[in-house]
Design a protein around this ligand. Structure first.
Ligand SMILES: [Zn+2]
Length: 83
């Protein structure tokens, strides 16, 4: 895959159609990995957070991400308590 120097452009905001979204590097639900995986961006106009790749709300992705990380934590806890 070729490295692009150009700043990535994101889909316009689903709420106000502005095209000045900025990448979110940290969120409460996903730490630093979650928003990177979901292309989580925040609109510079109205503050709506959404998926910069699809231009749609990230709620479904956030739910899946949270469920998967919760399952991982539970698995680790079970593995540790079994030792
Ligand atoms: Zn907006």
């Amino acid at each position: 895959m070729a490295t692009r120097k150009r700043a990535p452009t994101y889909k316009p905001c689903p709420s106000c159609r502005a095209e000045k979204a900025q990448k979110v590097s940290f969120t409460l639900w996903g730490g630093m990995l979650g928003p990177a995986m979901l292309t989580h961006v925040k609109c510079g106009g109205c503050g709506t957070a959404y998926n910069g790749k699809t231009g749609r709300s990230n709620t479904g992705g956030i739910l899946v991400y949270t469920a998967v990380s919760l399952a991982l934590v539970i698995a680790i806890v079970i593995a540790m308590s079994a030792m």
